[in-house]
Design a protein around this ligand. Structure first.
Ligand code: ADP
Ligand code: DP6
Ligand code: CO
Length: 356
């Protein structure tokens, strides 16, 4: 009889930071130079679906493998290996304590993963991707791991992934221990605390970015003096104001910090030598459109933010859907090159945040 195949599947959502992680103080352990804060989006919008399996009949000479969006992907990198190693060690401890458990920790892992949105285009695919990878294997191994413990492991795959283990409003505390054991995410507030928050995603380009987040932030740390100002003063201040704005459900400071922090992060990219440009003309047109929406309303109704890519994420409250989505929809009607009507995600205003 053929050996049993053990299998577990899970999905994980993307999160889009409103105070950005940009900089590593330890590239091996993947420890950040600053704390960060994000909003986890609804899985109905952007998500990764990952299945992890293992079997004694999987050929050991092939080792572990990962099929990402239908293409074989390299698993020999230190970050994927760190996740596999941490999870296997926890499974091995369970097997050592209970000899009736199947020895899954000794079997090759086969991972199949699909993102339902552009990969490596600045829409946080590494966040959803590593959160799903870690949780799928933890489920496969039946580990009694809390979201915090999984967050600690996912951080080693991709920093932003540590925040996608939680729904709602999530902070990644940078920590100060040299071994990184206190560098993980926690939930500032669940989605129900401020349920009328919505996110509109404008896919300006689905192309893979020229400079990966990993490499871009290391170049910034090495060459930008503006970056020193950002981590010493700008981010700590933004974190404090942002946490209070979320606690108070106060959209104006939430929006201002979101926009200022995105601008500050992209300014450090421009101050990197040679400079890194993630935004393009269409991104800048989106910034102007948000400014016009806010000016016309006479109050802050929308906030833009851009990760390491040209794609815009616009946060707004449900009551302002007509104003925000209506304006962008009009713009997307063909007046600005590069934006397509069918590229709008997050049009359903009530489902833009995840309760999980
Ligand atoms: P993004 O802005 O999309 O997060 P990054 O440069 O941070 O871009 O990371 C992209 C990389 O993340 C991919 O090249 C791939 O190595 C990894 N990645 C993306 N999606 C997945 C996934 N579903 N499973 C495993 N790894 C993934
Ligand atoms: C601009 O988490 O992708 O999206 O840890 O090297 O994988 P690695 O980097 P990654 O960086 C994300 C950068 C950002 C801001 C953020 O998500 O906080
Ligand atoms: Co990323």
């Amino acid at each position: 009889m053929a050996d049993k195949v053990y299998r577990a599947s899970t999905t994980a959502p993307v999160n889009i930071a409103v105070v950005k992680y940009w900089g590593k103080r330890d590239a091996t352990l993947n420890l950040p130079t600053n704390s960060s804060l994000s909003v986890t989006l609804a899985q109905s919008d952007l998500r990764t679906l990952t299945t992890a399996s293992c079997s004694a009949s999987y050929p050991t000479f092939e080792g572990d493998w990962l099929l990402l969006n239908g293409e074989p992907s390299d698993v020999s990198g230190a970050r994927v290996q760190a996740c596999f190693r941490e999870l296997r060690a926890r499974r091995a401890a369970l097997e050592a304590a209970d000899s009736s458990l199947a020895k899954l920790s000794t079997m090759p892992l086969h991972i199949v993963s699909e993102n339902n949105f552009p990969t490596a285009a600045g829409l946080a695919s590494s966040a959803a991707g590593f959160a799903a990878l870690v949780r799928a294997i933890a489920d496969l191994y039946e580990l009694p791991a809390s979201p915090s413990e999984l967050s600690l492991i996912a951080r080693q795959g991709s920093g932003s992934a540590c925040r996608s283990l939680f729904g709602g409003y999530v902070a990644w505390r940078m920590g100060d221990k040299p071994d990184g054991s206190d560098s993980m995410a926690d939930q500032v507030a669940d989605a129900a605390h401020w349920p009328d928050m919505c996110a509109l995603i404008l896919v300006v380009s689905a192309a893979k970015k020229g400079v990966s987040s990993t490499s871009g932030m290391q170049q910034t740390v090495a060459t930008s003096s503006l970056f020193q100002e950002r981590i010493a003063r700008v981010v700590p201040q933004n974190m404090a104001v942002m946490e209070k704005a979320i606690r108070d459900r106060d959209f104006a400071p939430f929006a201002e910090v979101t926009m200022r922090d995105s601008n500050s992060f992209h300014a450090t990219c421009a101050d990197t030598y040679p400079p890194i440009f993630y935004m393009n003309d269409v991104s800048r047109a989106a910034i102007r459109a948000v400014e016009q929406i806010n000016a016309a309303a006479g109050r802050t109704v929308a906030a833009y933010t851009f990760d390491a890519g040209p794609n815009a994420v616009i946060y707004y409250l449900e009551k302002d859907t007509e104003r925000v989505v209506g304006t962008f929809y009009h713009v997307l009607g063909g007046e600005i090159d590069g934006w397509k009507k069918d590229a709008i995600k997050g049009l359903k205003p009530t489902t833009s945040l995840d309760g999980a």
